[in-house]
Design a protein around this ligand. Structure first.
Ligand SMILES: [Zn+2]
Ligand SMILES: [Zn+2]
Ligand SMILES: [Zn+2]
Length: 382
């Protein structure tokens, strides 16, 4: 058959009146039925319109999903994403994953928005380094730090926007406590991909003390944070499922966070195993993953810093830098501010969720500039 012939073959055939009528009537029948029911492209059930979200109703059958199938696939994505620590969760100097304990084992630097582990802070202190070990900017006091954070936030730095939010939420650095402003900043930071911002919004709506309680909204934000690799958000999702009696989903969440090195999650799996809600294999893989993560998070410098304790690191720094006692006093107070409440480990009973985290790490603010040689603030590299 030549091309012309092929084209001719595709010409619409003559239709009898009867054919047209039949076609019309079947279309009419279909459209009348589709007012009340639609077929889900995944489970292939014919379900009433209310089983679909408004936007799903408009889609063609092959890609249309009922709400049950949407929830199931969302759950699948939730369990698949955020199973490892993100790039942002690594020390900017030694590049190892940051420790998860919020007891002052990390330092947040307002000058360059970097988070450093205590191992690197101790190494810098031993070296007699006075300025930020990353960007060499002198450690600022509170008002200088606020200027730095605001400047970076105005320039659209996601971590600066988030950190400014924490200052408003807790009324720090001389700012008046303003939770509404904090939520605005968190929402902006969350849009820019800061998982901690999602987490903090989640905690605010979950607790409902400073904003109107909205657990569904809190969970949505916990989910976004967890999919970005936030361990505390993953733990809270596990707690939420546990407290709702969904032990299987709770176990899936806790397995992920335990393997990322979270001790409380490991404790929950152990309790679940003892209650017969998790298998021995679950506990064994969680324990193995947990230990591997702990190994990845340790280094000789960090071990030394840990054995010395935050106090001793400060003393080393103070001794090397010849700084006054009051700097140590202030830094010590800050370190205590960040001590995280430990989660209760219970069997099938209630499971305590983790409360908000302030910054991703403790701030370091020093007054030592007064005691050391004067720095010209204009000369700071930002
Ligand atoms: Zn379906
Ligand atoms: Zn480090
Ligand atoms: Zn810096």
């Amino acid at each position: 058959m030549n091309i012309r012939g092929a084209l001719q073959g595709k010409r619409p055939q003559y239709r009898s009146n009867m054919f047209v009528t039949k076609k019309w009537s079947s279309w009419f029948r279909l459209s009348r039925e589709s007012v009340s029911t639609k077929t889900c492209g995944a489970c292939e059930r014919e379900l009433p319109d209310e089983s679909y979200s408004v936007e799903q109703r408009g889609l063609r059958q092959s890609i249309r999903r009922c709400e049950e199938c949407v929830a199931a696939s969302n759950q699948l994505v939730l369990m698949k994403k955020g199973r490892t620590r993100s790039e942002a969760d690594h020390c900017s100097i030694c590049c190892l994953p940051l420790p998860l304990d919020a007891d002052g084992s990390t330092l947040f630097k307002a000058c360059c928005m970097n988070i450093l582990c205590n191992g690197c802070t101790l190494a810098a202190a031993n070296f007699g380094m006075e300025d930020c070990p990353f960007c060499r900017v002198p450690t600022p006091d509170e008002s200088q730090a606020l200027v730095m954070i605001k400047k970076l936030a105005d320039a659209g730095d996601p971590l600066a926007v988030y950190n400014l939010g924490t200052k408003y939420e807790y009324g720090e650095y001389g700012l008046e406590k303003d939770v509404t402003r904090a939520v605005e900043l968190y929402e902006r930071a969350a849009e820019l991909g800061v998982k901690e911002a999602h987490y903090n919004i989640g905690v605010l709506y979950d607790e409902g003390t400073d904003v109107e309680k909205d657990v569904a909204k809190a969970i949505r934000h916990y989910e976004s944070a967890a999919m970005g690799g936030d361990v505390s958000a993953r733990y809270n999702l596990g707690s939420e499922e546990h407290n709702s009696g969904n032990y299987d989903l709770a176990l899936q969440h806790f397995l992920i966070s335990a393997k990322m090195g979270d001790e409380d999650s490991l404790g929950m799996i152990k309790a679940a195993f003892m209650d017969g809600l998790a298998s021995k294999a679950d506990y064994a893989t969680a324990l193995r993953g947990y230990r591997e993560s702990i190994d990845e998070m340790s280094s000789p410098d960090r071990d030394k810093a840990k054995s010395l304790g935050f106090e001793e690191i400060l003393r080393t720094a103070a001794h090397n830098l010849k700084v006054p006692e009051r700097w140590m006093e202030q830094s010590r107070r800050r370190a205590q501010d960040w001590t995280a409440p430990t989660a209760a480990v219970a069997g099938a009973g209630q499971c305590t969720k983790r409360r908000g985290q302030m910054t991703a790490a403790g701030d370091e603010i020093a007054e030592r500039r007064a005691a050391t040689k004067g720095h010209d603030p204009k000369g700071w590299r930002l």
